[in-house]
Each structure stands twice: as structure tokens, then as C-alpha cells.
Design a protein around this ligand. Structure first.
Ligand SMILES: [Zn+2]
Length: 132
């Protein structure tokens, strides 16, 4: 990915993953450009369709545009960083991201947002912040 595009995305996202809010540098691996609507589904190669994403979120999201809501077993579209407001679909409970909508539930599940490693990482970043 063009470094200038990545820089613009990072700026727009205030330096955090647009899905899990992990700050840049939270992972050893560099952040990536996510196609919100994957190219195989007709998604465009432009800033409106790009999200700034950590490796974890981008890997689990892959080309998915929908997931299964674990409460209803219905197919639900995933959270869309350009169209949706994060707080309409998720809230924090300590290091856990709790879904508050069907879109939130499908996204938390598909992106595996509360896997033990991610939760531990958020806890250690929080402890680091508190030490400063
Ligand atoms: Zn993330």
C-alpha cells in the first residue's frame, strides 16, 4: 500500500484501528489498509472504502462483509467505519468490547475482537498508560 495513503488513513482514524481502537504500535506488526467492502464484492480502491486496521482485525475480517449474529443466527452486515458510529454498536467493559447491536454482535464474533490475546494486549496497554 502506498505509504501516503496509509498516513492519511492513520490521521483520519486518529492513529487507532477503526474496529478495535488499538493504537498504532499496539501490535509489533504494522497496521494495514482494510477494504471495508472487499474488492471481490465490488469495493472500490478509494479512501471512502478504506479503513485503518490492526493486523488482527484485518486478518479476521478478510473479505467478509457480513457475519452471523450469535443471538439470532441471522446474517447481519458487519460494522462499517464510514457509515456507522462505533458507539452505536459497541461499548467498553474494561478490556472487553461488548456489542450493543446485531451489527456489533456479528462484528465482534467475525473479527474475534475479544480473543484472549487481544484482551491481554488491551490490559497491558492500559496498565502502561496508567503508569505514565
Ligand atoms: Zn483492530
Amino acid at each position: 500500500m502506498n505509504p501516503e495513503i496509509l498516513r492519511r488513513l492513520r490521521e483520519r482514524a486518529a492513529g487507532c484501528c477503526e474496529y478495535c481502537w488499538l493504537p498504532t504500535g499496539g501490535h509489533a506488526l504494522p497496521f494495514q489498509v482494510d477494504h471495508i467492502i472487499a474488492k471481490q464484492h465490488g469495493g472500490a480502491d478509494n479512501l471512502d472504502n478504506f479503513a485503518y486496521a490492526c493486523v488482527h482485525c484485518n486478518c479476521y475480517k478478510g473479505p467478509n462483509v457480513a457475519g452471523i449474529d450469535p443471538d439470532t443466527n441471522m446474517v447481519v452486515r458487519l460494522y462499517h467505519p464510514r457509515l456507522d458510529r462505533w458507539t452505536d454498536h459497541f461499548r467498553w467493559s474494561g478490556p472487553l468490547i461488548l456489542p450493543v447491536s446485531a451489527i456489533g454482535r456479528a462484528t465482534v464474533r467475525t473479527l474475534n475482537m475479544n480473543d484472549p490475546e487481544s484482551v491481554m494486549l488491551r490490559e497491558s496497554l492500559e496498565q502502561e498508560r496508567n503508569r505514565r
